[in-house]
Design a protein. Structure first.
Length: 257
């Protein structure tokens, strides 16, 4: 149902069983998948693609122009997948031309009130962002990561899969997969063991990741020597350990430790 007070551009593509609340604005070049519910007082700007069965709560700004100095009004995109929950006052910005032109939010994410996802971010699936969490531009968030309330992540950083950041964490370097990080300048505090158990990681996988953590971050070896030591250990046969090393080796901003 589309409320009579909503303003929906004739060029917008609205799927079946979509609810659009009062005083909401849907601009041209917007597509909304079936079963999605868009609350009152929301603006969905042109260039936004929203998937199926999402819930977007009041006063959110979806697909606004990027806060990038070099942006000159070029047509860019925001892609939102299926089954996302986007709470009150969330801001999701489109991409910028220099950043590839596209911001992506995957499937089944929970984006809590006042959170911000900036231009050219790539957010995976099953990610949780607690109230007021903020992503600068060009950030990669892998699947199942949890970002605590009021955490702030510097542009171009990466957050690995199943990592968890505490509230008020300031991130200026990459946070490796499976780890816990906290602090005004994020530091690692071991493996996210509880989260891994909840996601049915085997005891063998958790033990291997704990050993890899100790070798890489607590042995006193240089990073390159530590990575080589893990590669020469039997734990390197575990695919999740391989992903951890691959993530670290591809870091451009450095790894928080």
């Amino acid at each position: 149902m589309i409320h009579p007070s909503a303003l929906v551009d004739p060029q917008a593509e609205v799927g079946e069983n979509v609810d659009i609340g009062p005083y909401t604005v849907i601009e041209k070049r917007v597509s909304i998948g079936e079963g999605t519910k868009i609350g009152p007082h929301i603006v969905v700007r042109e260039g936004t693609q929203i998937g199926k069965r999402c819930q977007i709560f009041q006063f959110s700004s979806i697909g606004e122009a990027p806060q990038a100095v070099a942006y000159r009004g070029e047509p860019t995109l925001l892609q939102v997948g299926d089954h996302n929950i986007i709470r009150e006052y969330v801001t999701l910005h489109r991409g910028s031309v220099k950043g590839g032109g596209k911001t992506v939010l995957g499937n089944e994410n929970f984006i809590m009130a006042y959170s911000h996802i900036a231009h050219d971010c790539q957010v995976g699936n099953h990610v949780v962002m607690a109230n007021g969490a903020t992503l600068g531009g060009h950030i990669l968030i892998e699947d199942h990561a949890i970002i605590g309330g009021l955490a702030a992540i510097h542009q171009f950083c990466r957050i690995g899969t199943h990592a968890i950041l505490s509230g008020l964490t300031g991130v200026s370097q990459d946070v490796p997969p499976y780890m816990m990080a906290a602090g005004s300048r994020a530091k690692l505090y071991g493996l996210n063991s509880i989260g891994l158990k909840r996601h049915q990681f085997s005891e063998q996988e958790i033990k291997a990741l704990k050993k890899a953590y100790r070798i890489i971050f607590r042995s006193g070896l240089t990073l390159e020597k530590a990575l080589k030591a893990v590669e020469e250990d039997d734990i390197f046969q575990i695919p999740k350990v391989q992903h951890l090393l691959q993530f670290i080796r591809h870091s451009k901003r450095g790894i928080c430790r």
